[in-house]
Write a protein that binds this ligand. Structure first.
Ligand SMILES: Nc1ncnc2c1ncn2[C@@H]1O[C@H](COP(=O)(O)OP(=O)(O)OP(=O)(O)O)[C@@H](O)[C@H]1O
Ligand SMILES: O=P(O)(O)OC[C@H]1O[C@H](OP(=O)(O)OP(=O)(O)O)[C@H](O)[C@@H]1O
Length: 231
């Protein structure tokens, strides 16, 4: 059985992902020309590499189209309904650290916690004639956190695929749920993170599709052991 590992073809995780495989003794070589989206690993004839974008990787591991992927935990948990049932987080790789957070306008002086935000959401329709609007690309994580963890039901999600932090200023939403690492984009948009508003602490992970065909396959365990030893 050929094992396929999906690695980022672009973006902020690309170089670190390739580097960790090199340190693990798995040197990636492109198949064909430099722009090819296929690779192989020197000395590992039963392994092939597929270069995909970070969000494609979470989807392809989730449906079992590839055996392993390197991508952000946020994208896996957002992209898959039953992430822990579908995939194994085989290693946390120590790069790509970022947090998915709830942030509100700095001038909401009396809103510091999710409980405060729950009060705001409950009053919102009476005060403004509509529900509290949350701009995000993280639908699933937002619903789990607001409804599941904090019992907040009165809100509306406004899908945002870019410049999410600008939504409160432009009036398209009241608050945001977004990924942040340095915090500078939030600050530049006069938003503050709630004190208990960290939904997920994400980093790049080696993720394995849970497949029965993997049982007893020595290459699977060899890959996980090699990557863990390189962290
Ligand atoms: N500001 C940030 N700082 C650090 N990591 C971030 C930041 N924003 C996103 N990330 C992480 O980077 C990963 C996505 O990487 P990147 O944005 O480079 O992907 P991409 O190439 O744009 O892929 P796609 O098009 O599939 O989203 C996510 O898992 C996320 O956690
Ligand atoms: O906390 P910060 O370091 O300011 O990063 C936050 C920004 O990074 C992400 O943007 P995206 O990946 O779309 O683009 P970027 O990395 O070019 O900002 C995210 O959606 C924020 O806009």
């Amino acid at each position: 059985m050929t094992i396929t590992i999906a690695l980022p073809s672009k973006g902020r995780m690309k170089d670190d992902a390739s580097a960790i495989f090199e340190r693990a003794g798995m040197k990636i070589v492109a198949v064909g020309n430099d722009r090819s989206y296929r690779g192989r690993i020197e000395g590992w004839d039963d392994v092939e590499v597929a270069f995909l974008s970070a969000s494609e990787i979470s989807r392809e591991v989730g449906c079992g189209a590839v055996d392993f992927g390197v991508t952000g935990e946020d994208l896996v948990r957002e992209g898959l309904a039953d992430a822990d049932g579908r995939v194994e987080f085989a290693a946390r790789l120590g790069f790509g650290h970022a947090e998915v957070v709830v942030a509100v306008p700095e001038i909401w002086y009396d809103v510091d916690t999710m409980a405060d935000l729950g009060d705001v959401a409950a009053d919102f329709r009476a005060r403004h004639g509509r529900r509290l609007a949350i701009a995000t690309k993280y639908w699933r994580l937002t619903q789990q956190f607001f409804s599941g963890s904090h019992g907040i039901q009165l809100y509306r999600i406004v899908e945002s695929l870019g410049a999410t932090e600008g939504a409160p200023a432009s009036g398209s939403a009241d608050i945001v749920v977004d990924i942040t690492s340095t915090g500078s984009t939030l600050r530049a948009n006069h938003l503050k993170i709630l004190s208990d508003g960290v939904i997920l602490r994400s980093e790049a992970c080696l993720v394995r599709a849970r497949k029965t065909a993997h049982e007893g396959n020595p290459t699977i365990n060899r890959i996980i052991a090699a990557v863990r030893a390189a962290i």
